[in-house]
Design a protein around this ligand. Sequence first.
Ligand code: NAD
Length: 310
Amino acid sequence: MEYRKLGKTGIRVSKISYGASSLGGVFHPINKKEGIHTVHAAIDHGINLIDCSPYYGDLVAEKTLGLALKDIPRDKYFLSTKVGRYWKGPAKIWDYGAKKIVNSVEQSLHNMHVDYVDFIHCHDIEFADKEQIIYESLPALHQLKESGKVRYVGLTGLPLDNFIYIIDRVQPGIVEVILSFCHYSLNDDSLMDLINYMKINKVGIINASPLSMGLLTRRGVPDWHPAGSDIVNTCKKAADYCEKQGEKIEKLAIQFATQHPDIPTTLVGTANPETIVQNIKWAEEPMNKILLNEVLNILKPIHRKTWKNS
Ligand code: NAD
């Protein structure tokens, strides 16, 4: 496994990392025991970063991850979670206020059976009042940093310009990492436009969703996926093409996302131990460049086409 520097944190992250949203059953129902084995398999095969959120399965992902982490020494992994986005029964709710943040982090530590998390992110800042993020949420997270409950403070979200808006308006070091998703994969590589900006501002980049949350899989997307039908259909065309060539779109997609040296790490999600091990192995193998060009060509009509987060 290759480990790459993450901004100015001093941490070296595995180039492929584990996203635990699948443990909350967000894509399809899962077997909890298998989910726990998936976390163990990820760490046994060199992954050292795990990302979660109270939002994933309404605390279920954090609680399942906590069961897995109970058996693992704390120095074997870096742990990331989020504040601001939650469920209340069937309704999505957002709360980026300082009081909620403090309670939310306490609850996450309790759920995951840890004393601290390495990364804490404001979850999906497109839903937040940006001034609140700047003047209330980020200061609250930095207070938690002083108390030792969190180590590095970050932001997540889909529209990339929101990261710039906030980083331009806070002191250096306030935003230490960003987590961007669905913007460095076969169908959308727009995260490349931010590499220099983040380097200049000494912000580490965590990339997520190399399979574009299911678009680049043979199984296809879950019902809630916000992509338009043109994106869904074109990605399906690319997956079918790979299948015809005796290849798997998932393999190409994971290799594409993890092999760029300027992308320190890419979070991939699954609740299946064999799948995470397969993904790790694929990340080590060279890409089929001919297939890559053919697939990029199929995806050209929707290249960098995105959607509204929901
Ligand atoms: P992803 O692109 O990693 O795709 C996950 C889907 O692909 C799941 O259905 C999984 O079962 C399937 N899959 C994985 N490997 C496969 C393989 N080899 N063959 C076939 N199917 C395979 O999307 P994701 O899980 O949403 O993203 C990864 C992680 O990134 C999340 O778990 C989360 O931790 C993080 N993330 C964060 C945000 C945010 O902060 N707003 C948003 C998206 C993702």
